[in-house]
Design a protein around this ligand. Structure first.
Ligand SMILES: *Cc1c(COP(=O)(O)O)cnc(C)c1O
Length: 391
């Protein structure tokens, strides 16, 4: 179902199971704040994965209006989507080239690849586009500790020597990525900064970039020339401890499909969770297929916090806990304390928003805001609003 109203996208509001609202003014306020915190560096914006699930077009347009001139995505097709809304911007693609065929996407969108490996370097030298007299503009990712993407220190040294002779590539940006930016006292941060400073010095004509959202708050030398905030733009707290300085950008609401009384001793959902009191249950049309997670992580990785409580929604001024297991399309909430007549079928329960911070829902679900945001509400109606907040 397609809508003609440009402010509403996604599912038809008359029948959608839920609603995802993106406050573009709050996004703009967050960009301005991060740009200020980044000074004297320039703040770019990371809009990979459809702007963390919120919609590339509206997000990029709002950021361009705030003066953002550098965008970062993961994949070439995401870069083309950004280009449609940012005709003049520099658009960097983190994941590199994969194959020679990828180069045509870069040419079409005037996208700048982030070269991560020997293979990327060779493909870009052979198939890259030229910007006027500037051959093969690109970014270089140098490895400093993540061991995910990036050129080794040895490879970067060889490249610097070779390229000084041949001029085959024009590195515009040298970047690396912090593994522990959200833990300011972690020794990795300083180690990575020092490794990065040594490598970026090999390419004196390029700008440098190290800090993601949390990295911006490490300040000082971590800022380099360009910062790369992502998740904080969308309202998640970039500070490991302390009040969230970001505005709420995302609101998610689930529609109540049914209200039912279950007497004490009855059970709910898969696995038959028993109820120990007479309970008024709100059955909402949202589930893990809408990104309301049922999650787990890899063995040996210390992510499995023991969860004391599950997630909560919010309605009529009160928090209402999830009851029993979240299922694919439906989630049950305990709304007993609101009284028997407070709610009706068709009312909406807030799942994320001013009363349920995205980070709180993430930790209640055993995950992080990034995973929540990128999964949320793909079956929902979507609204893009200007709240007037800070505008
Ligand atoms: C995703 C990503 C970012 C943005 O990180 P946030 O923590 O969301 O601010 C920055 N740099 C790289 C290389 C990334 O992959």
């Amino acid at each position: 179902m397609i809508h003609t109203d440009p402010q509403v996208r996604g599912a038809d509001p008359r029948v959608a199971g839920g609603r995802l609202t993106v406050d573009l003014d709050a996004l703009a306020t967050n960009y301005r704040f991060l740009a200020e915190q980044s000074t004297p560096a320039e703040a770019g914006a990371v809009v990979k994965a459809d702007a963390y699930g919120l919609g590339t077009g509206p997000v990029v347009e709002a950021l361009v209006a705030e003066g953002c001139r550098k965008f970062f995505v993961a994949l070439p097709e995401e870069g083309l989507a950004v280009r449609a809304s940012a005709p003049e911007a520099d658009i960097y693609v983190f994941n590199g080239l994969f194959s020679p065929e990828a180069a045509s996407f870069y040419r079409e969108g005037r996208l700048l690849p982030v070269l991560n490996s020997q293979s990327d370097l060779a493909i870009w030298e052979a198939h890259g586009w030229d910007d006027g007299d500037t051959p093969r503009p690109c970014a270089l990712h140098v490895e400093t500790g993540m061991n995910r993407l990036g050129l080794s220190a040895d490879r970067a040294n060889v490249l610097a020597q070779e390229n000084a002779l041949t001029g085959a590539l024009t590195p515009r940006l040298i970047l690396s990525h912090l593994a522990c930016a959200d833990t300011p006292t972690h020794p990795m941060n300083q180690q990575q900064l020092e490794s990065f400073q040594a490598l970026r010095a090999l390419f004196p004509d390029a700008e440098s970039s190290l800090a993601n959202s949390a990295g911006i708050f490490l300040g000082g030398e971590f800022l380099c020339d360009v910062t790369r905030p992502g998740v904080a733009l969308y309202g998640s707290n970039p500070l490991s401890d302390g009040l969230n300085p970001m505005r709420t950008v995302v609101r998610v609401h689930a529609r109540i499909a049914q209200l039912r009384h279950v007497p004490a001793g009855g059970t709910v959902s898969y696995g038959a969770t028993p109820l120990n009191r007479d309970t008024l249950v709100a059955v909402t049309a949202t589930g893990y297929a809408d990104g309301y997670h049922r999650s787990g992580s890899g063995a040996g990785v210390p992510l499995r916090n023991v969860l004391q409580e599950g997630a909560c929604g919010f309605i009529e001024g009160q928090r209402v806990p999830v009851l029993g297991r979240i299922t694919m399309d439906l989630t049950l909430f305990d709304v007993t304390d609101l009284g028997p007549d407070a709610l009706q079928i068709g009312d909406f329960i807030e799942l994320v928003g001013p009363n349920i911070p995205v980070d709180d829902l993430a930790s209640a679900s055993g995950t992080i805001s990034y995973e929540l945001l990128t999964a949320l509400g793909h079956r929902f109606e979507r609204h893009y609003i200007h709240s007037g907040d800070g505008a």
